[in-house]
Design a protein around this ligand. Structure first.
Ligand SMILES: Cc1cc2nc3c(=O)[nH]c(=O)nc-3n(C[C@H](O)[C@H](O)[C@H](O)COP(=O)(O)O)c2cc1C
Length: 378
């Protein structure tokens, strides 16, 4: 099949499965525990149905979305994805460029394998910046200052990962950074020569945003590094301190409780991303789309509510907006597209999503993203 015949995320996923070693594909695909949350996330979208309204169409639906005072071509962005270098040495650069080209936001993970400097140079745009709270407070402060220095407009503080979830696939595969070669991952790698050559020629994976800590403690393994950089105290006092330090817009990512969203709003957080980290943290968590539909949208303005986890198409984006969120993020679909065909894959995925958005808006009878509301949802 030619690339322009790729019409949905599963086309990209299949191609990615052929091009990546199994341990990398499992790293992307996998969830925590026995993956109930992971499966529930996509199932949640299947349970929502749309009701077309006729008689009000004035032309092609406008996809344009305003969020936190910023203006984008459509109501979706690229979720933060750490350790993307495992998929492709230039992964973050490609994601940043694709987001800039299509005028959607890109949230760079603090566990990125590219520096902010490289990303801003490659794309010409400062990304939104995702932060974990470090056990070493000065590390958190340095990252906040660093994001400020590069004029990132939005800080996204992830609050659902004080420890990494228990991801069985990664443990079965013995995933470690730096890689430990064993018979199965050697076979896995040599049977994917293009991936292997790219990785052998690009050198060791680095974590430029954590470089200060790595310089101080050069023998840390990846899991020790992440244990420090994500294991800081996580409570409302600390979040309040971040609010005080950060001059731009602040989002909490990983909020699943309505009470938490109320507290966040009261303390001056600008928005929350209702998210269960794509099913990679606590298992047995409801799908964010189900929570939004049943609880969140009745209590908050749509500008305050964003959502990720389980979106796979333009149709899912529309469903999320009709259920009451103002903005959405997708994670895995971008990694599949990137793994499958690099920058060309990303461009094709963006075209697919934009087409799905505009065709479905027309079929739904909605003239703009702002016009989408619960009248369109069953
Ligand atoms: C490979 C991978 C790496 C991720 N890394 C991060 C990260 O560094 N920081 C973070 O806040 N979320 C991270 N996430 C979670 C995503 O930001 C997002 O919440 C999730 O992927 C959304 O679900 P979806 O993949 O079903 O779209 C990661 C997800 C994946 C799949």
């Amino acid at each position: 099949m030619k690339l322009d015949q790729y019409t949905c995320y599963s086309d990209f996923r299949k191609a990615a499965g052929r091009k990546l070693p199994k341990f990398v594909m499992d790293f992307i695909d996998g969830g925590a525990g026995d993956e109930k949350t992971l499966q529930g996330n996509t199932a949640g979208f299947k349970d929502i149905q749309l009701i077309p309204r006729m008689g009000s169409i004035t032309g092609p639906g406008l996809l344009h979305a305003e969020v936190l005072g910023l203006s984008y071509a459509a109501p979706y962005g690229i979720a933060p994805l750490g350790l993307c270098g495992l998929v492709h040495p230039k992964a973050e650069m490609m994601l940043a460029k694709s987001a800039a080209k299509y005028n959607i936001p890109y949230i760079v993970s603090s566990a990125s394998n590219s520096s902010l400097d490289a990303l801003v140079k490659a794309s010409g745009v400062s990304p939104w910046f995702q932060l974990y709270l470090s056990k070493i407070k000065s590390q958190t402060d340095e990252l906040i200052s660093h994001a400020q220095k590069y004029q990132c407009p939005v800080l996204v503080l992830t609050v659902d990962a004080p420890v990494p979830g228990i991801r069985r696939r990664d443990r079965h595969n013995g995933l470690r950074i730096p890689y430990r070669l064993n018979i199965s991952n050697v076979i896995d790698s040599v049977t994917h020569p293009a991936w292997l050559i790219r990785h052998l020629t690009s050198g060791r994976l680095t974590f430029p945003l954590y470089q200060n800590l790595i310089d101080d403690q050069p023998n840390l393994t990846f899991s020790e590094l992440m244990g420090i950089q994500t294991g800081g105290e996580l409570n409302w006092e600390v979040i309040d301190e971040v609010r005080d330090k950060w001059q731009g817009k602040l989002i909490l990512k990983g909020v699943m409780s309505v009470n938490d969203a109320h507290i966040a709003k009261k303390m001056g957080v600008d928005a929350v991303i209702i998210s269960n980290h794509g099913g990679r943290q606590l298992d047995s968590v409801p799908a964010p789309i189900t929570m939004l539909n049943q609880i969140f949208s009745k209590e908050f303005d749509r500008e305050f509510l964003m959502l990720d986890s389980g979106l796979r198409s333009g149709e899912d984006i529309i469903k999320t907006i009709t259920c009451g969120a103002g903005f959405t993020f997708l994670g895995r679909p971008f990694l599949y597209a990137l793994a499958a065909y690099g920058e060309r894959g990303l461009a094709q995925l963006q075209e697919v999503i934009f087409e799905e958005l505009s065709v479905n808006m027309r079929l739904l009878g909605a003239n703009s993203i702002d016009a989408l509301n619960d009248e369109y949802v069953f």
